[in-house]
Structures are given as C-alpha cells and as structure tokens.
Design a protein around this ligand. Sequence first.
Ligand code: NAD
Length: 440
Amino acid sequence: MAEVVAAADAAFPAWSALPIKERVQPFYRFKQLVERHLTELAAEVTRENGKTPGEAAAGIQRGLEVVEFACALPNLMASEILEVSSGVDCFTRRLPLGVVAGITPFNFPAMVPLWMFPLAIACGNTFVLKPSEQVPFTPVRLGDLMQEAGFPPGVFNIVQGDRETVEALLDHPQVQAAAFVGSTPVARAVYLRGIQQNKRMLTLGGAKNHLVVVPDADPVVTARNVTSSATGCAGQRCMAASVLIAVGSSDPILNAIEAEMALLRPGVDLGPVISARARDRIVGYIDRAEQAGARIRLDGRRVRVPGRENGFYVGPTLLDGLERGSEWVRDEIFGPVLSVLRVETLEEAIAIENSSPYGNAASIYTTNGAVARHFEARVRAGMVGINVGVPVPREPFSFGGWNDSKFGVGDITGRDAITFWTKSRKTTLKWTARQSNWMS
Ligand code: NAD
C-alpha cells in the first residue's frame, strides 16, 4: 500500500501542473476504449458480481456519463473574479488536493469507481482505488484501459484488500481525501477515522428506500416500475425499492405488482446475490417473516436454476401484512425482497418515510401532480422519484442521499465533486500604476 501511495505522490507534481484541458484529453480516449470493450467488461462484471449482462452493461454506461462530465470540467471550472474595491481584484483558483483515495462496494464494480476517479483525476489529483475484495477484477480491467488511454504511471492506482488496507490508506499522511461508498456502519467509521486526521471525507452509506403508491396510480406503469426497482441487480442497489407503502385501497395495484414480479425468471432476468452469506441472510429475513405470520405473496426461497444449482439465487419475494417498525420495514435487506406496509393516508406514508434513519431515495406513484408535489416537498430523502422507482439523478445532477445514507457535505458526482476534489485559493491583486511616459 505504501508503495502505491508513493507512486501516486511521485506522479502528482507533473500531473497537477498540466492545464485541465490537457488532463481531460486521455479521458476522451478512455471512454472510447471502455465502449469498445463494453461486452468484455460487462462479462467480467457478470462473472464476479452476478448481474445479468444487461444490468452489467447499463452500470458501465452510467459510469461513462461521469467520464463525459469529467471531460466537460474545463468548461465548468472557469474561476470567479471581482473588483472588490477601487483598483483591487479578487479571484479564486481551484487547486487539486494531492493523493486522494476511493473505497468502493461490491454491488457496482465499475460504476461506483467511475463516480470517483475520473472527476478526481481531471481535477488534478492522483488517485488510489481500493475496490471491494468481493469484486477485485473489473477495476483492474478499467486500470488497464486507463493506461492504454495514456494516463502517466502513478495517476490512477489500485490497491486490493479489505478493512486493514482501508485503514492504512486513511492513516497514510500523504492521502489528503477519501470518498467511500458502502454500508452505513462502515461509512460512519471510515468518515470518523478520516476527519479525525483532518482529511477531507465523503462517505455514502446504505439505504431503506420507500415507494408510496396511492390509489390513482397507473397500475401498469407502477407494477413494471416498482418490480424493476425492487428486483433489478437482485435488489442489491442502494436505490432499490425496499418498502412499498400502499395508501388506501391500492389492492388492484398490489395485485399487478405481484403478477409482474412473478414473471421474473431467476437465472435469466434476475441474477444471483453476491455470496452464500448474503443469500442466507436474505432467506433468514423471509423465514422470520413467515414465523411472524406475514403474508408471503411471493416466496424467493428454494429457487433452483438449472445448470447453476450452486448459484446464490433468491427469487422475487413480496411480503405483505407487516407491522410498522418491524425488521422487514426497518433494515436494509439488500436482496429482491419488497416489504408492503398498508396505511390509510398519504400523511401516514410520509411520516413513515420521514422516520427512517436513512434518506437515499423516496418515490411516489400517482397520476395527480398536486399529490406528487406535496410528497416531493415533504419527504426526507436526497433523491426523489415521481413515477420513477430508481431516481438516480443523471449528470450534471449530483448523486447523494441524506441522513445515515451519507456522511460529509455535498454529493459525490456533478458540480459538488469539483468542490470535494479541489481546494480554493482566493487571491487579492492590487497594482498601483505609476506615471510613466510610455503609459499614455
Ligand atoms: P461494505 O461496507 O461491506 O464494504 C464497502 C467497502 O468498505 C469495501 O471496499 C470493503 O472492503 C470496505 N470495508 C468493509 N468493512 C470495512 C471496515 N470495517 N473498515 C474499513 N473498510 C471496510 O459494503 P458492501 O457490502 O460492499 O456494499 C453494499 C452496501 O453499499 C449497501 O449497504 C449499499 O446500500 C451500499 N451502497 C451505497 C451506495 C450509495 O450511493 N449510497 C451505492 C452503492 C452501495
């Protein structure tokens, strides 16, 4: 690890001295290379993470939108200047921090690293990525393509490992800042460890996203959209639907969601979860729901995929008749499990959403604009969907939740990333013109 940081440190002076227009040029080539190798990269994501080929490719393409944003930084980073008093100007310059780090989770082996390193590197930093030990290979392929794109040695680096490596990175005196994406307990611990050493930190954590369905929702649109939110990437998304709050008499819509979820074919359009441990944890939640007397409308236990009998599959699962505050409504299950809560009014639904310690995403399904607006103005989540179950903001809008879904200020992509990955210098200039023959 120390060698990797030393390489990044050695590369920093020359890299940061380049004008930003020059620093982004290799990203144009990198994007083309990733596109050329998309099928192969997606196959690697599928192999090590289990996503379906379509999901794997979509994650990489979403990551490339951040690369496009990085290429646009020269147009966005023009500084401010103001004459602050007579003959005195003040201007700001945004400067890179130095060696910075990114620590990423298993669920998006390409996309989450791509949220971080293109923006940090375009801003003039040199970068050390510590990918999840559960998906170490895809980031290495991205590293090969960064090299092929022409980035000088030491600008983008990868170090493999787990907790020990993360702590060594955070404690390294040359590492100036770190971004982290993963579960909330680790996000909190990593944030606190970093800020205690005066490092700049932004750590994104887990989630428990609420989707609210009101009786006037379009059943067809809602059923498709809720299903893909709850089961896409086998439910292993920080933006996944996890609690469905059904307001009033929403049974026809719930029936449509159940029918849509039942169409999913594990092994074809629903991949496995990451590990046997994850599968057992998810199955444990379903077992306990059954014991507690919940109505299991769809049961994803005991799924067998022909030819892949040892795969860690959990089928789409719909739990109904749950109590408020129960573990299925409270915990991040991180599998294709949707928990239904029934309430009488929209205000109750909003109060439940607001009581969650998390605050990543919240969505409402309605055909009434006034209802949507009322909801949007009151929920405590950083990303809100109106008839959109995975409301990931696309560039240039920034990605980031609230509450226990994020520690630190600002978001991880978009313009906020410029603020995070740079420091500002404010310079005041005063030139006193002396009378000289040649001036007038
Ligand atoms: P995780 O917290 O277990 O691991 C994330 C990273 O932290 C990995 O690189 C891992 O090696 C490292 N790590 C693990 N334990 C550590 C410790 N004690 N100290 C220091 N580092 C440690 O998360 P995961 O299981 O890989 O990913 C799933 C989680 O990530 C879910 O909670 C999901 O909601 C969250 N997630 C959040 C977002 C977001 O944008 N908010 C996006 C994707 C995933």
